[in-house]
Design a binder for this molecule. Sequence first.
Ligand SMILES: C[S@@+](CC[C@H](N)C(=O)[O-])C[C@H]1O[C@@H](n2cnc3c(N)ncnc32)[C@H](O)[C@@H]1O
Length: 249
Amino acid sequence: MSAERTARTMSEGGIPARRVVCVGIGPGDPRYVTLAVRDVVAEADVVSGFATAVAVVRDWMTGTALPMSYRDQEEVLAQVAEEARAGRRCVVCLYGDLNVSAGELLERVRRHCGEVDLLPGISSVQVALARAGIALEQTLFVTLHARGEVEGRRRELAEAIAAGARHVVALPTPYDFMPRDVAAYLLTRGADPARAVTVYQRLTLPDESALHTTVRQLAEDVTAFSDLSILVFPLPSRPPRDEGAMHGA
Ligand SMILES: C[S@@+](CC[C@H](N)C(=O)[O-])C[C@H]1O[C@@H](n2cnc3c(N)ncnc32)[C@H](O)[C@@H]1O
């Protein structure tokens, strides 16, 4: 799908005939649903996606909800494809932003529905960065929330933490490789036990929390963390750079 087509379709407004629109619905609080996503949801005949994602946009829906679970996602997406072929305007909701750690679900939607349009949302990662006060361009992002080959991603994370050159944001793997497991793994890979780490849970939701700790302490923490957890490993703040030195003066 070309970026041009996505931009054109969305700037014209409306859901194109027989094409499913995938939308990012933000990190959970409905106030983080963009106006553009609300409009597309309000216009849709069918609104699908995981039940927790569909629930976030329920207030703007005028069509039929077709929520799915991990178990029935293939069947439900096949039904969405069928509805779209029949001319009904279909939207699939994805948590957060659809360009952040959402590739497997997007691929599944494409497998059933063919080419789709993409309407971005606000990622939980952006919210974590805002809470931590760190900039994306100074940060390495690693998702471990993926099936298949995760060993390479784990290594990439461990190398970045050991190098200590950038802030790092990581998504754990619910429930196989949770924050405590990540910290224990990093210690076996040469991480500084005193490196700061914050676990943000359920960002933007009423029971949002933040645990500020160290890699060593997290490795021993027996908390039952939420599946909605993000790890932020901030670097210590540095004094502002000397502009003269930057320009070689
Ligand atoms: C499959 S990824 C999808 C990420 C999503 N596309 C995004 O941009 O936020 C799911 C993971 O995102 C993180 N996540 C999503 N929403 C969250 C929230 N409200 N608070 C904390 N973490 C969240 C968790 O690590 C969760 O396991």
